[in-house]
Design a binder for this molecule. Structure first.
Ligand code: MG
Length: 390
């Protein structure tokens, strides 16, 4: 074997931010001692901080690969699982066996029913780090390792308009369009005057050309979602995301069949096994894989499954310092069924200071980072945000 894996290190991070993700806190919302709060509209827990988990894998020859796991809440749980449980599964193995390693890690907890959640999140960061390592060992970018660099620029849509009023949010959408972006998504969870009012205001602000997407945040029954999406279609809705609760496959399928707008789902799913029944039941026409939940191996496999079901891919972008994002762009560069990639501007741009490389998002496009592997690495400065005691 060439250069076996010698160590696995985990870095759970807490990065302060001024305005919480998705916008200012609603009146009366209580923040816990640990910084968590519930958005009253979609009943989902968020943090007032940005959290993520970095993964560093080093080979015996000293070559380093970096990965990043989903860690929006309880990042220490992900780090602990990876440190304690995954270390013995990867030490001594050849990074070029990354697909086998990912499959073996997944299988190791099957009998206990860990098909997703924090366990697979931990796996995702390890998998990304191994693909980065493979790239560095071969001198090739990850998209070339996948065998298909189709593009160096990835079309981006602006995600989220973190302002307090509908007027300010519509104005922000207009500003992004003026900067060369052709697609903007608003979030139902913070559309306090209602989705229809939000849609009307944004359409009036941006004019007839740009695409407007809505994230419905799993809030509706199938009938409610069909009615709402049909009403939004009068303002030329481009994509309806997550209309009904994640477990409601029949509802998802009914919505997807009943509306003219493409339905997108999948940011919360982690494996081909979770996606498979949604493809079979035609729950969506666009998938939204999240790299920090999946890793390159699963992400690529799910995108190939999407091809078989004639679905397009619109990758999700979570909170992170940019390592998982770079991996997501590399796979996006290789896809024949890519629609566009989410651009979380309030996170992505600020966090460029924490990574090396030339990854950017400007005038409607991400620039794929150049160089071998992912083309990005964390800078030392980001480790100042390491969670206490780690
Ligand atoms: Mg979403």
């Amino acid at each position: 074997m060439g250069d076996p894996i010698a160590s696995l290190e985990l870095f759970p991070l807490r990065i302060p931010r001024e305005t919480p993700y998705l916008g200012p806190l609603e009146p009366g919302v209580r923040v816990s001692e640990r910084g968590y709060f519930i958005r009253p509209t979609n009943q989902t827990v968020y943090s007032i901080h940005d959290h993520t988990v970095l993964v560093k894998i080093t080979t015996e020859a000293g070559m380093v690969g970096w990965g990043e796991s989903f860690g929006v809440v309880a990042p220490e749980a992900v780090a602990l699982i990876a440190r304690d449980l995954l270390t013995p599964l990867v030490l001594g193995r050849d990074p070029h066996d990354v697909v086998a390693i990912a499959e073996d890690i997944y299988s190791a907890m099957r009998v206990r029913g860990f098909y997703g959640g924090f366990y697979v999140d931990a796996l995702a960061g390890v998998d990304i780090a191994l693909w980065d390592l493979r790239g560095k060992l071969t001198g090739l970018p990850v998209c070339k390792l996948l065998g298909a660099q189709r593009r160096a620029r990835i079309p981006a849509y602006v995600s989220g308009l973190p302002k307090a009023t509908v007027g300010e949010r519509a104005q922000l959408a207009k500003e992004w369009v003026d900067r060369g972006f052709h697609a903007v998504k608003f979030a139902a969870a913070v559309a306090h005057e209602g989705e229809l009012a939000e849609m009307q205001a944004i359409r009036a602000a941006v004019g007839p050309g740009p695409q407007i997407l809505v994230d419905l945040h799993w809030q509706y029954t199938d009938q409610e979602a069909i009615k709402l999406i049909s009403a939004l279609e009068a303002y030329d809705l481009a994509v309806a995301e997550a209309p009904v609760q994640s477990e409601d496959l029949e509802g998802q399928a009914r919505v997807a069949a009943a509306v003219k707008t493409p339905v997108a789902i999948g940011e919360e799913l982690r494996t081909v096994f979770e996606y498979r029944p949604r493809f079979v039941h035609r729950c969506m026409s666009i998938i939204q894989p999240e790299m920090a939940h999946m890793g390159v191996t699963q992400f690529w496999q799910v995108c190939q499954l999407a091809r078989a079901f004639h679905c397009r891919v619109m990758p999700h972008a979570t909170i992170g310092v940019g390592i998982a994002q770079a991996a997501s762009l590399h796979v996006s560069a290789a896809l024949s069924n890519l629609a566009m990639h989410e651009y979380q501007h309030s996170i992505f741009d600020r966090n460029l200071q924490f990574i090396t490389g030339d990854m950017r998002c400007e005038a409607g496009y991400f620039e794929l980072p150049s160089g071998p592997g992912l083309g990005v690495e964390p800078r030392e400065t980001v480790l100042q945000y390491l969670m206490p005691g780690k």
